[in-house]
Ligand binder design. Structure first.
Ligand SMILES: *[C@@H]1O[C@H](CO)[C@@H](O)[C@H](O)[C@H]1NC(C)=O
Ligand SMILES: *[C@@H]1O[C@H](CO)[C@@H](O)[C@H](O)[C@H]1NC(C)=O
Length: 204
């Protein structure tokens, strides 16, 4: 009885370790996708205006059947190390549930081994930073099973920058808030002056 119970507990703990409870680790994923993105090394893209075209395929050096469990591919914008420095909220963790490297979803597409492309307009809410693109291959249970990315494993080559235009919006918003505050103040100022004038003429 004890033995059955402890092996039951052990199997739960084990299945937790393997997958769902602690999440899939990045280091356990094979890099089987070849992913390219249109931006040149160092190019600066503007949010809300510029586009990124992705092309991707299975790396044909892997044996046939490698992709038999592949179901979808989820592409993300990921922070380059330079833009992660001193920012714990963008940190890289091997456990993908805790990893904050890739925070902006580009698209999820059904998996196909070749002839894949997608063009995305950089969204306005993407913060100004240096990025690369990573595609996670998911199985039919939405678990990561492989990946591909536009940069090398040290994340040095083929990085590009995105310049957010939300900065511009913020200053416009501040300007309009200041302007309305100014009108309210001048309105009260006007009443105050009129009252003073009325009092002054009443005192005469
Ligand atoms: C395909 O995979 C092999 C083995 O991992 C690797 O050496 C090669 O660079 C990859 N090819 C491309 C185009 O990424
Ligand atoms: C781009 O994707 C379309 C399907 O969305 C496909 O028909 C076409 O062949 C692809 N082109 C390339 C160059 O991969």
């Amino acid at each position: 009885m004890m033995a059955i119970r402890s092996s039951f507990v052990a199997s739960i703990v084990l299945s937790c370790l393997v997958a769902t409870c602690y999440g899939v680790t990045f280091s356990s994923l094979q890099r089987t996708l070849v992913v390219t993105a249109s931006p040149q090394q160092g190019q600066v893209l503007k949010g809300g205006e510029d586009t990124i075209t992705l092309t991707w395929s299975l790396n044909t050096t892997f044996p046939t059947g490698t992709d038999s469990t592949y179901h979808t591919v989820k592409f993300m914008l990921c922070y380059a190390p330079f833009s992660q420095k001193d920012r714990a909220w963008r940190r890289t963790e091997d456990n993908l549930e805790k990893d904050k490297t890739c925070q902006h979803k580009i698209v999820t597409m059904p998996y196909a081994s070749s002839n894949n492309n997608f063009t995305w307009t950089v969204q306005k809410d993407v913060p100004t930073a240096t990025y690369f693109v990573r595609g996670y291959v998911l199985n039919s249970h939405d678990e990561e099973v492989a990946y591909g990315q536009t940069t090398d494993s040290n994340k040095v080559n083929n990085l590009f920058q995105i310049e957010s235009i939300s900065g511009r919006h913020v200053s416009l918003d501040i300007a309009s808030v200041c302007f309305s505050a100014f009108s309210v103040v001048s309105l009260f100022g006007f009443f105050f002056l009129e009252k003073r004038k009325a009092q002054a003429s009443a005192a005469k």
